[in-house]
Write a protein that binds this ligand. Structure first.
Ligand code: SF4
Ligand code: SF4
Ligand code: FES
Length: 326
C-alpha cells in the first residue's frame, strides 16, 4: 500500500517537474530567437556550400572510350552472314564488368543485341561467352581500358541461337544422362523423409566439385568436345559425374561407372587441361576426369562411407511416415 502511494506521488512529481523544464526550455528558445553574428556567419557558410557545384568525375577526366566488337547473327535474317559489330562505349557511363558494357550497349546503342544473363554475380552460369579469346563469365570479368578492342564472341564451337546466345540443348541433355541426383536403390520410398548422414571428411571430398555452376565454359574450350561433342561428355558433365560417383551418400556408383565405360564418354579426354585453365570458378575438371578414369580402370576404389545411414523401419514410427506422406 505504502509502496503504491509513494510511487504515484513520485510519478506525479516527476511529470510536473518535467513539464516545467520543457516550458522553461521553450521560453528560452523564444528569447534566443534574435540571430547573433555567429548564426549569420554559419548560415552564410551553409548557403555557400549548397551553391557550390562539385565538378563531376566525368568532367574532370573526360570520356573513357573503349572500342567493343561484338559477334552478331540474327536467325530472322538468315541471308545476312554473321558479322562483328563495333561500338564505342564510354566506360564512365557504365559499370565495370563486361556484362555491364553489354547491358549499356543494349540500352543505349542497339536494343536488338541478345545475350543471356541472370544473377550478374557468377552464380547462375548463364552469361558464359568468349571474351578476348577466353571462355569466361561476362558478369565477373572486369573491363580493362585498352587501345585494343574488347572482342566478344559466343562460346566457341556451339551452335548459335542468336548473337551471343549458344545452344545448350546437347550440353544439358548430356548432363541429364548422368543422373545428377542422389540415388539410393531400394530407399525410394524414404527419400526426403530423413537426413542422410555424412562425416566432415566425406563431405570434404566434394570440395572443388559442388561449386560447379554448369556454365559450360570448360566444355566449349575442350578440343575433343569440339570434334566429338555428340559422343564425348566433356569436362563439365564429367566433373558432375565424378561428383555423384564419390558422394558418400550415393549408393549407385557401380551403375554410374558402368554407364561411362565405353570408348567415347570419358576416354576422349587427352588431359590437355584447357578446361582447368579456363574455368571461371577456379575448378579443376581435368583432375576430376583423371580420377574418374582411375575408378573406371580399377586403379582406385570408392571408399566406404564413414557414417552409414541405416534403412528406416517404417513399422516403428508408422504414423510419422504416414502423416509426412499425406
Ligand atoms: S567446371 Fe568450371 S567452367 Fe566447367 S561448367 Fe563448372 S564452373 Fe563452368
Ligand atoms: S583435360 Fe580433357 S576435358 Fe579438359 S580440355 Fe583437355 S581434353 Fe578436354
Ligand atoms: S549472370 Fe549469372 S553467372 Fe553471369
Amino acid at each position: 500500500m505504502y509502496a503504491t502511494v509513494s510511487r504515484s506521488v513520485f510519478t506525479s512529481r516527476f511529470w510536473s517537474r518535467g513539464l516545467a523544464r520543457i516550458r522553461e526550455s521553450k521560453l528560452s528558445t523564444l528569447a534566443k530567437k534574435t540571430p547573433t553574428e555567429v548564426d549569420t556567419a554559419v548560415a552564410a557558410e551553409i548557403a555557400g556550400i549548397a551553391a557550390c557545384k562539385t565538378p563531376s568525375k566525368e568532367a574532370e577526366v573526360g570520356p573513357r572510350l573503349q572500342i567493343v566488337r561484338v559477334y552478331r547473327w540474327n536467325p530472322e535474317t538468315p541471308k545476312v552472314k554473321p558479322y562483328m559489330q563495333q561500338f564505342s562505349v564510354d566506360l564512365n557511363k557504365c559499370g565495370t564488368m563486361v556484362l555491364d558494357v553489354l547491358t549499356f550497349i543494349k540500352a543505349q546503342h542497339d536494343p536488338t543485341l541478345s545475350f543471356r544473363k541472370s544473377c550478374r554475380e557468377g552464380i547462375c552460369g548463364c552469361c558464359g561467352m568468349n571474351i578476348n579469346g577466353v571462355n569466361t563469365l561476362a558478369c565477373i570479368t572486369k573491363v580493362k581500358e585498352s587501345l585494343q578492342p574488347l572482342v566478344i564472341y559466343p562460346l566457341p564451337h556451339a551452335y548459335v541461337i542468336r548473337d551471343l546466345i549458344p545452344d545448350m540443348e546437347q550440353f544439358l541433355g548430356q548432363f541429364h544422362k548422368i543422373d545428377p541426383y542422389l540415388k539410393r536403390p531400394g530407399e525410394d520410398d524414404f527419400l526426403g523423409m530423413r537426413q542422410i548422414l555424412q562425416s566432415p571428411r566425406d563431405r570434404s571430398k566434394l570440395d572443388g566439385l559442388y561449386e560447379c555452376i554448369m556454365c559450360a565454359c570448360c566444355t566449349f574450350s575442350c578440343p575433343p568436345y569440339w570434334w566429338l561433342g555428340d559422343k564425348y561428355l566433356g569436362p563439365a558433365v564429367l566433373l558432375q559425374a565424378y561428383r555423384w560417383v564419390i558422394d558418400s551418400r550415393d549408393m549407385a556408383h557401380e551403375e554410374r561407372l558402368a554407364k561411362l565405360r565405353d570408348f567415347y564418354s570419358v576416354y576422349r579426354c587427352h588431359t590437355i587441361f584447357n578446361c582447368t585453365k579456363t574455368c571461371p570458378k577456379g575448378l579443376n575438371p581435368g583432375k576430376a576426369i583423371a580420377q574418374l578414369k582411375r575408378l573406371l580402370a580399377g586403379l582406385t576404389k570408392k571408399e566406404k562411407p564413414d557414417i552409414e545411414t541405416a534403412l528406416p523401419n517404417p513399422c516403428q514410427s508408422e504414423q510419422q511416415y504416414l502423416s509426412r506422406k499425406e
